[in-house]
Structure formats: C-alpha cells, structure tokens
Design a protein around this ligand. Structure first.
Ligand code: BG6
Ligand code: MG
Length: 220
C-alpha cells in the first residue's frame, strides 16, 4: 500500500527547471560554450558542481579552470538563478500540484522533498508549501552521492518512517527517475516519453497528476 509521495522540486512542483537552464546557458555563453535544451536534459537533477563539470566537458574546457575558479563560476550561476527565484510566489505552483498536495494531506499520505537543490527550502517557503514538508526535506548536503544514486529517495522514505516500496517518487529528470527506480520505489515521470521512458508511469504535464491516478497506477 502506498503511504508516501516523495517529490522532486525543480520542474515538478514549480518551473524552476527553466530558470536553472537559463542561468546555466548564460554562464556557458560567457565561457564560449553553446548549450541547447537537449543537452540540458542531462543537467536536470544533477548537483550544481556536477552540472558545471558537464558543461565544461561539453565545451571541451574541462581542464581550463582550477577548483577555486570553478567554485566562482558556480557562484555566478547561482547568483543569476537567485534573481529568477526572487519573485516566486504561491501562484508559481505548477498546474495540478496544489490539488495533489491538498488531497495527499487530507488522506494522510506522507510527503517528502528529494531535491538536489540547496535553494529548495527557500523556494518552498516562497511557494507557501513549507508547512507540508515540515521536517521532511532531505538535505542535499547530507548525501554521499547525488541522483541517479538512490540515496536521496531512500532518505526521503526514511524521514517519512516508510519503506521505499510504500512510496511513490515524482521526477522530471532522467537521473531522478533512475534514482527512484534504484531505490525500489514506483516512479512517476513528468515530461516527454523520450526523456521519461524509464518511469513506471508517465504524464506529459503536471495537470495530469491526480492522487487517484497515481495510487491506481502504483498499486496495480
Ligand atoms: C536540481 C536541479 O533540482 O537541483 C538541477 O534539477 C540543479 O538543475 C540542482 O543543478 C542543484 O540546484 P542548486 O539550487 O543547489 O544549484
Ligand atoms: Mg527536477
């Protein structure tokens, strides 16, 4: 029986995946590296420093910067990203998410946040959903390995006091779906069939995410 939902944040609860893309694209451009949306799929769900390494590799510049310079570049990207998220309010919940969160709460389904983002706590406060995730946000700084490793979703189940098989994980990233699957959870993928093909249940849009449909699919 499903007793918990474990959410990714960026691109599932709110559209910050787009802001990450814009901020990385702008930094990459300054470094003389072109990146498109197709390449960006690989960055989704991946930590800040790992994303930077992938971008530098993509531009054949992986040996051009010291660790210190890379920290500085990552900081520049984060500052631009933080400008974008400054204006986020409750109205920026993606379609269908508010109803899903409310229904899950009413039915006593546990909810945890499994986001790689260090900006996650600030974003959920601005979205005014932080009370729903009180004590159930996995701290990405506590992880020994990021997505696609299952650790973040396993910890998400732990903070809810549940077994992985009692939880459903929701993701928009290929690495995230792999993480959920490796954790032994039912995976829900939001996005194109091509990007989400490893998910147990795929929806194109968050509008299609209803609690009934998710539970029906997961408990089949
Ligand atoms: C993930 C995003 O949720 O968080 C990635 O999908 C991002 O794109 C990662 O790089 C880390 O985010 P932050 O806010 O800590 O730089
Ligand atoms: Mg995401």
């Amino acid at each position: 029986m499903i007793k918990g939902l474990i959410f990714d944040l960026d691109g599932v609860i709110t559209d910050t995946a787009e802001y990450h893309y814009l901020a990385w694209k702008s930094l990459a451009k300054k470094l003389g590296i072109e990146m498109d949306r197709e390449f960006n799929e690989q960055l989704k769900g991946i930590s800040r420093m790992e994303s930077l390494d992938l971008i530098l590799k993509h531009g054949n510049k992986e040996n051009d910067y010291t660790e210190e310079e890379k920290q500085e570049l990552a900081t520049q990207k984060n500052e631009e990203y933080q400008h974008y998220i400054e204006e986020i309010t409750h109205n920026d919940l993606l379609p269908g998410i508010e109803t899903l969160l409310k229904e899950a709460k009413e039915k006593g389904i546990g909810m945890a946040l499994a986001s790689a983002s260090k900006n996650g706590p600030k974003i959920i406060r601005q979205l005014e959903i932080d009370e729903l995730f009180d004590g159930t946000v996995v701290d990405p700084a506590s992880l020994s390995a990021g997505k696609p490793d299952p650790e973040i979703f396993i910890k998400g189940a732990e903070v809810l006091g549940l077994k992985p098989e009692e939880c459903v994980g929701l993701e928009d990233a290929e690495a995230g779906v792999e993480s959920i699957n490796a954790a032994g959870m039912f995976s829900v993928g939001v996005g194109s069939e091509a990007a989400m093909h490893k998910a147990d249940y795929i929806v194109k849009d968050t509008k299609e995410l209803t609690l009934d449909k998710i539970l029906e699919a997961a408990e089949k």
